[in-house]
Design a protein around this ligand. Sequence first.
Ligand SMILES: Cc1cc2nc3c(=O)[nH]c(=O)nc-3n(C[C@H](O)[C@H](O)[C@H](O)COP(=O)(O)OP(=O)(O)OC[C@H]3O[C@@H](n4cnc5c(N)ncnc54)[C@H](O)[C@@H]3O)c2cc1C
Length: 471
Amino acid sequence: MIDVLVIGGGNAALCAALMAREAGASVLLLEAAPRAWRGGNSSHTRNLRCMHDAPQDVLVDAYPEEEFWQDLLKVTGGLTDEKLARLAIRASAGCRDWMRSHGVRFQPPLSGALHVARTNAFFMGGGKALVNAYYRSAERLGVQIRYEAPVDRLDIVGGEFRAAYVKGERIEARACVLAAGGFESNRDWLREAWGQNERGEWPADNFLIRGTKFNQGVLIKHMQEQGADMIGDPTQSHCVAIDARAPLYDGGICTRIDCVSLGVVVNQQGERFYDEGEDFWPKRYAIWGRLVAQQPGQIGYSIIDGKAIGRFMPPVFPGVQADSLPELARKLGLPEATFMATLNAYNTACRVGTFDHTALDDCHTEGLSPAKTHWALPLDTGPYYGYALRPGITFTYLGLKVNEQSAVHFGGVPSPNLYVAGEMMAGNVLGQGYTAGVGMSIGTAFGRIAGTEAARAALQMKATERDCAAA
Ligand SMILES: Cc1cc2nc3c(=O)[nH]c(=O)nc-3n(C[C@H](O)[C@H](O)[C@H](O)COP(=O)(O)OP(=O)(O)OC[C@H]3O[C@@H](n4cnc5c(N)ncnc54)[C@H](O)[C@@H]3O)c2cc1C
């Protein structure tokens, strides 16, 4: 029998598999996707958020524990477990050497990335290179890997893991780590979770999925049915405003629209609906998907002028371009009169100080609702650009409740041999909101813990089996 079964094939699963193998356990990893699509959402990532008290390799200045914690507290509005959050934060300080030992390489951010040279370490070659490095290392260390192996249920007796089932095949193991992502790719479940709004729309029908199509939440649902303790609200997720022209799945990072804070955003009625300059973009980009989801037709339009060009990472598709704002309204199919009233009111309300996109500057609006509190410059310089926005769901927060050992709980009691990591438990730390790079910090921290704990449980069980056989 295998010691540790790891279910999933992204960052959290790979960290768990590598740690369990390093601890001396035999490990089998089951990835639902075919080899070419392995790595889940992790293959789309670019960086992880790291605490550090002084400049370190690719990270400048310092990003102390307390600041990281305060950032997390702010974005989650307090919906976070401080003990688990601090555990992930502290683990982020020391994980890069271990990651390097498995072939991950880092680089400073490219200019135009989200003001994150201080807080986030970027993966050279992105998340795809990271997962490839981990798979190579896992293979070298003797981790067995099976692709196209979706697990649909587990055999759990009294909170203890016994086996997993793949297409009817029973696979037994002494311990198990669940790291099979959220349920973001399951459109029916998203529809059910978001329900129907007051306009009779089903908002989730207009969501696009930024990452893998394989995170269907099969095991989240199964664990719920098995009576595992759950955490999080099914409507809470990391949800970004992305280019409405993005594909349904796997559009990845290049479909994100990063110019929101440089202009204004209107809905299909041509009206603004939120402060585009509320905070730095890395701290705010993840609320815009939800904001767009709440608009009629689940669509928004990010409007900028020529001054914004060169100040943000350009998305993969060019924006709709026009020489004047009325022409832009017509090209975007927006009601011209309301659009122009909105834009004129905004332009008149701008109080321009010293524009600085790297600081919470003093360019703001006065007497406008909603206000734009920073980076408010009149949109007065052609050409003008517009990007249609849709909610792009990154990952969901509903998951399994854990303790510091990353153990799955049943009725408040931790399982002796079933652990969970990554998106399947990120909701313990992220009740709502997001700050860039923390998904990989959580997945790396709890993936490593889950792997270590699973190996410990399995090897202990093996020793007991040996003792019993010898007696
Ligand atoms: C476009 C994009 C960009 C992102 N950028 C960043 C970033 O820069 N920094 C950051 O911190 N976070 C980022 N994230 C979020 C990040 O991807 C996640 O927080 C993190 O990768 C989660 O890792 P995971 O291992 O839990 O899930 P995943 O990487 O999604 O892995 C889940 C795995 O489980 C497999 N699976 C699913 N169901 C089953 C099953 N039933 N049986 C077997 N296998 C199954 C899937 O095939 C997949 O391999 C980004 C996400 C996206 C989509």
